[in-house]
Design a protein. Structure first.
Length: 297
């Protein structure tokens, strides 16, 4: 586990991100532009989020679902004047363009060439009027904004964000967990349903169309998903993979970050639906409590 000084430094950097005193550069993303007269409506009909209502430079997390309502892929959607940017992690085995392309049919939709990019996240920022690089609001880390930067432009973005200091991706991960934001292929996996997964912001449940919509409606109205994601805190120091127990079923910790500099852990845990509202504990009996949004230390 982290030593006291490492824990304090990590939390200090995470809090600096939340207070607009810092930024983080996250590599390993790919951007592809989708253009054409039908691009916005076409994406709105396929993806889970409300794409049609996005303002220029607005951003939203979204998913592609299977016909049975399970998550197939995650994408960050950014509305630009005249096009839509799709940003995904570069290590996905099947690109978002390959998944969506069979649905183009007669629609006026064109995919651009994929481009490696970095996401420069400034989650505490309210506005950056002098920033000349295209940004997107909100940030993938909550409030604030992200700059989707060509890899060659990252140093120029760093200079533009001065006097904010750069912090590590580990600090960004700690902030993500403290905010209770589930991560794809960490807290969520290809068998996950979005219902009960803590990703309601990526779901426009009221709209009448998207891939897998009927299955999601059935789960919400007539049943329940097999597992849910819970945001929890405990006085113990906990590692990813630790077992979670409850009268209604078991689960495991999928993400973990320090709660404060003195000890304890904030976690995301995937548990059986029977434990969705039950008191939870670690295998040694140490209780886990609902975390909510953890404030800055």
């Amino acid at each position: 586990m982290l030593g006291h000084m490492d824990r304090r430094g990590l939390l200090h950097d995470a809090d600096a991100l939340a207070r607009d005193e810092a930024f983080v550069v996250l590599h390993g993303f790919t951007r592809i532009d989708v253009s054409g007269v039908d691009a916005v409506a076409w994406l709105h009909d396929l993806l889970t989020a409300d794409i049609a209502s996005l303002a220029d430079h607005g951003a939203v997390r979204s998913f592609v679902l299977t016909p049975t309502g399970r998550i197939r892929a995650e994408v960050r959607v950014i509305r630009r004047p005249g096009s839509v940017e799709l940003v995904e992690r570069s290590d996905e085995a099947t690109s978002i363009a390959s998944i969506l392309a069979p649905y183009v049919l007669s629609s006026d939709v064109t995919f651009g060439e994929p481009e490696a990019v970095a996401l420069v996240a400034v989650p505490g920022a309210t506005q950056l009027p002098h920033l000349t690089f295209a940004s997107a609001t909100p940030s993938m880390l909550g409030d604030g904004l992200d700059v989707v930067s060509r890899v060659d432009d990252v140093d120029a973005v760093r200079r533009a964000l001065s006097p904010r200091r750069e912090v590590s991706p580990e600090a960004a991960e700690a902030l993500r967990i403290r905010l209770g934001i589930p991560r794809w292929r960490v807290d969520l996996h290809p068998d996950s349903f979005p219902v009960g997964a803590g990703v309601d912001a990526a779901m426009a449940f009221a709209k009448g169309c998207y891939l897998g919509q009927e299955a999601v409606a059935r789960i919400r109205n007539l049943g329940h998903p097999p597992t849910v994601v819970r945001h929890l805190t405990t006085a113990a120091d906990v590692r990813v993979g630790a077992a979670v127990v409850a009268p209604g079923g078991r689960g495991e910790v999928t993400s973990a970050a320090p709660a404060d500099e003195h000890g304890g852990t904030v976690v995301l845990a995937r548990v059986a639906h029977g434990a969705s509202a039950a008191p939870l504990a670690l295998e040694d009996g140490t209780p886990l409590h609902d975390a909510g949004t953890i404030p800055s230390a």
